[in-house]
Design a protein around this ligand. Structure first.
Ligand code: GLY
Ligand code: MN
Ligand code: MN
Length: 435
């Protein structure tokens, strides 16, 4: 991502905020895994989206119209000793020269400087509620200023959540963002193909996870965008199964839900395939149904359609198919109205995708499902999950979990499947596994 891209985003946000406003946004804190051991640092998505600044202990302030510079970055000072242990810091000079700040101050001076930036402003945009400690500090800065009211200084009276403007911006992906998302998708496709090729009975689920991680890292991804799900047999019916410790058995299906994060953007792909390399007939009948539902849902992704149209399309195909296969009994219309399909399909058909795997952006506007528009990216991920044990459910389907998930960009006249390259037609999967 270039500095120009970040600058364009800040400009856009400031235009939406208007004058008399200030935006305040903190960097993600360092988090500890256990004594002295930190989790790998990942910058807050909102903060990174606007700054491109990768360090912790920083605060971005935007003051539209400020004569001495509209973009102020508070960050750590350079520190030779600390940099020997932990690596380079931008410092105030770097914040300006490398990250495009108009002005930069040491983070330790923020209590003295920030109240002054709020002087005579009306509105404060901040991440209300997201970081309770930080909210307290914002209130503290405003209170400091209030004490000066007798000197004729105005204090801001409106506190507005940054989410609305900022998340609406993040929902529509720019060309630069799509480039990163395509790269995340391509790496994830390679990883799924490698997993299919490596799979054989007797391996452990974590050994397949290792194949995924190998490709992610080899191709320059930050790592998985979320914990990879590698679930064989009955484990595939646990929606958020991340234990990944069991042995893969001949005759079972393997469900993998895994995607890379590349340059802060996520891919999110699920594929389901036979451990032995060949689908059984019962597996095929369920698999073909999920694939048909996915295709129907993808066809419903186009400008003008509503957010829920792909879900409705998937639910209709799945419910009709479940009746034909003997998983459900009754009239399709009633089964849908009474949500009886939820016994075997209990999640929704997708979510927004971007810097966060479950990305920001409203799904409804004024209580109505929102209309799909070019530049939005969403997942399409129908599934069927048949746990074992119920004698009323045909035994041949027991312990079978299937999900097929792709990442889909809404285009001017329809959609583009960014993750098309990951095999999902049964013949293609069997060919990749045999080859
Ligand atoms: N991998 C998380 C999801 O599919 O939503
Ligand atoms: Mn997903
Ligand atoms: Mn997924």
């Amino acid at each position: 991502m270039t500095q120009k891209e970040f600058q364009r985003r800040r400009r856009h946000l400031m235009d939406l905020m208007g004058e008399q406003s200030v935006a305040i946004l903190p960097a993600a804190p360092v988090r500890y895994r256990n004594r002295d051991v930190e989790y790998p640092y990942r910058q807050d998505s909102d903060f990174y989206y606007l700054t491109g600044f990768p360090e912790p202990e920083a605060v971005m302030v935007l003051v539209p119209g400020r004569a001495h510079g509209e973009y102020i970055l508070f960050c750590r000072e350079k520190d030779e000793k600390m940099e020997i242990w932990h690596g380079k810091r931008a410092g105030q000079e770097g914040a300006v020269a490398e990250y495009g700040a108009d002005d930069s101050f040491p983070i330790d001076d923020i209590d003295d400087i920030l109240p002054g930036l709020l002087e005579d402003k009306t509105r404060v945009f901040h991440t209300m509620g997201a970081h309770p400690d930080f909210d307290q500090r914002v209130i503290g800065w405003v209170n400091r200023l209030r004490k000066l009211a007798r000197a004729g200084i105005h204090t801001p009276g409106e506190f507005i959540s940054l989410d609305h403007h900022l998340h609406e911006m993040r929902l529509f992906k720019s060309a630069a963002e799509l480039k990163a998302m395509r790269k995340a998708a391509d790496i994830s496709i390679q990883a799924h193909i490698r997993a299919m090729q490596a799979c054989r009975p007797g391996l452990k689920e974590y050994q397949i996870a290792a194949e995924l991680n190998y490709v992610f890292q080899r191709e320059g991804a930050a790592g998985p965008a979320y914990e990879s799900i590698v679930g064989g047999g009955a484990n595939a019916c646990v929606l958020h199964y991340v234990t990944n410790r069991d042995t893969l058995r001949k005759g079972d299906l393997l469900l993998i839900d895994a995607g890379a994060e590349y340059d802060y953007y996520a891919a999110d792909i699920s594929r389901t395939f036979p451990v032995s390399g060949k689908f059984s007939r019962a597996q095929r009948s369920l698999y073909d149904l999920v694939l048909e539902a996915q295709q129907a849902a993808i066809e419903a992704v186009k400008p003008g359609n509503h957010w829920n149209d792909p879900h409705d399309a998937a639910v209709r195909v799945l419910t009709e198919g479940m009746v034909k296969l003997g998983l459900l009994k009754g009239a399709v219309k009633t089964l849908i109205e009474k949500e009886k399909y939820r016994r075997f399909y209990m999640h929704r058909t997708g979510h927004w995708l971007g810097m966060d795997v479950h990305d920001v952006g409203d799904y409804k506007v004024d209580d109505e499902w929102r209309v799909l528009e070019p530049g939005m990216v969403l997942t399409i991920e129908p599934g069927l999950y048949v746990a074992g044990g119920d004698p009323k459910v045909p035994k041949k389907f027991w312990n079978t979990g299937i999900r097929i998930e792709d990442d889909v960009l809404v285009t001017k006249d329809g959609c583009e499947v960014l993750t098309e390259g990951a095999p999902k037609a049964p013949a293609d999967i069997e060919a990749v596994m045999a080859g």
